[in-house]
Design a protein around this ligand. Structure first.
Ligand code: NAI
Ligand code: UGA
Length: 432
């Protein structure tokens, strides 16, 4: 099939590379020239395991990239994979995706062919049908349900494993109004089904339902972590090992063993934004989502709880504290809503000198905190430190051993239960 994808960020680029790998002819459209030239040259514009290989193979061939919306006219299906960021008050801001939809519509005005437009971005229920579809229809002069078909196909990939998540998903969700739109989506994903012996469940549903499934998925996972964090906080008060408790409850199929790692909480580009968006959207239609508000509340308190454990052991004012891990999770240089941000803020407010280390995210954090020190290794960060806090569960932190001996005062407060060395250090963890 011939497919175009508007927006070539984490989702758009990964989707494009995977669709090209399935054998489709794909065009990535983005306003960022540097992204376009990298893909055209066969280079991945983002760091994701497996993406380099796919783009090296297909970039400039079956996978093309351009800033020119006109190239959409060579395709039959267009995905909108544009950002849907939060406003200050938590609402999603649909400005960018609306602008993309308008330009797409104006471009589609030049063809009489039927076109399927699919929302890939995460949007609150009603956005595709009430906001985006009318924009595309008005700008293109096309008629919905006739020569303009719409769909919603939410994405569940995680950063750090985007390619493998996309190539081996737990489910596919097709939000559609017409059989023809459903058929096109089935055809698009047919090679993926073939590779997986047709075992990937397909949920064919309404467009609003598809939009809500995405929020429900993220809200459930974020709340699951907050619940396990709350239980972990209770475990801590009782002197109980929260990880043993989590391992045991995870054996119950109804709970499941994944996403039960307690610690300093969830960050990233999606859980914070999506929980805020669905909370504000619910409030707007007259429902007060108390449980989701509590999940956010628990998450916001974890960094301060981590710091209070350090306060229990030392007065950090005027001391040097190592912060190990800056990205919101291991395997990525993304620092958006990383728990390291409130942790560093808290340390600076207390008058500490912060020496931070992350294998890949230091450069990004430098933009947020230009005045703290950045070490080249965990070992350098720990050297002469009066204490350390661990924020991200990078594997290399688990391997730390003699490095702690170079600390002036070997207090280690672990926000992810990743440090294995105990000997000769004053070790404490957030939820155990
Ligand atoms: N990042 C993730 O792990 C996931 C993100 N999502 C959702 O997917 C959507 C996209 O997210 P990301 O890929 O992370 O965003 P991103 O910020 O990584 O990429 C968006 C891209 O759109 C481009 N762009 C902006 N305006 C444009 C325009 N008018 N025309 C063409 N290109 C334009 C930007 O230059 C950028 O390259 C969001 O709704 C997000 O919530 C869903 C699942 C996973
Ligand atoms: O909508 C999205 O963008 C994506 O959001 C999350 O993916 P992502 O944010 O990339 O990363 P996760 O692996 O879910 O981790 C999110 C946060 O939760 C934390 N976490 C995760 C698991 C856990 O057990 N404990 C825990 O604290 C991580 O450290 C991280 O800060 C979802 O897992 C994806 O399914 C979804 O597509």
């Amino acid at each position: 099939m011939r497919v175009s994808i508007i927006g070539s960020g984490y989702v758009g680029t990964t989707l494009a590379a995977c669709l090209a790998e399935f054998g489709h002819e794909v065009v990535n459209v983005d306003i960022d020239e540097s992204i376009i030239s990298q893909i055209e040259a066969g280079d991945a514009p983002i760091h994701e395991p497996g993406l380099d290989e796919l783009i090296a193979e297909h970039g400039g061939n079956r996978l093309r990239a351009t800033t020119d919306y006109e190239r959409v006219l060579e395709t039959d299906v267009t995905f909108l994979a544009l950002p849907t960021p939060s406003d200050e008050d938590g609402h999603i801001n649909t400005g960018i995706i609306e602008a993309g939809a308008r330009t797409l519509g104006e471009t589609l005005a030049e063809t009489d062919e039927t076109h399927l437009v699919v929302t890939k971005s995460t949007v609150v229920p009603g956005t595709t049908e009430d906001v985006l579809a009318p924009i595309v229809a008005d700008a293109s002069g096309k008629t919905l349900g006739e020569d303009l078909l719409i769909g919603m196909n939410p994405e569940f990939l995680r950063e750090g494993s985007a390619v493998s998540d996309l190539q081996d998903p737990d489910k596919l969700v097709f939000g559609v109004n017409e059989g023809e739109a459903a058929s096109l989506l089935h055809e698009l994903y047919a090679p993926l089904q073939e590779e997986n012996d047709s075992e990937i469940p397909v949920v064919e549903t309404g467009i609003r339902e598809a939009e809500m499934i995405k929020y429900a998925n993220n809200a459930f996972l974020a709340s699951k972590i907050s619940l396990v964090n709350e239980l972990g906080n209770i475990c801590k008060e009782f002197g109980v090992d929260a990880y043993e408790v989590a391992d045991a409850i995870g054996l119950d199929d109804r709970i499941g063993e994944r996403f039960l790692r307690s610690g300093v909480g969830w960050g990233g580009s999606c859980f914070p934004k999506d929980t805020a968006a669905i909370i504000t959207a619910a409030q707007e239609v007259g429902y007060d989502p108390q449980l989701l508000e509590a999940a956010v509340g628990v998450n916001e308190k974890q960094p301060e709880r981590l710091l209070s454990l350090l306060d229990d052991r030392t007065d950090v004012d005027g001391t040097q504290i190592a912060v190990l891990g800056l990205s919101f999770k291991p395997g990525t240089d993304d620092i958006r809503h990383s728990r390291a941000i409130p942790v560093i803020e808290g340390l600076l407010e207390r008058g500490a000198t912060v020496v931070a280390y992350d294998p890949v995210a230091a450069e990004n954090m430098q933009e947020r905190f230009p005045d703290i020190e950045y070490a080249d290794s965990a070992s350098d960060a720990l050297s002469d430190a009066d204490g350390a806090v661990v924020v991200t569960d990078w594997d290399e932190f688990a391997a730390l051993d003699d490095e702690v001996e170079a600390m002036k005062n070997p207090i280690v407060v672990d926000g992810r239960r990743v440090i294995t060395r105990r000997e000769g250090i004053e070790y404490d963890g957030l939820t155990w």
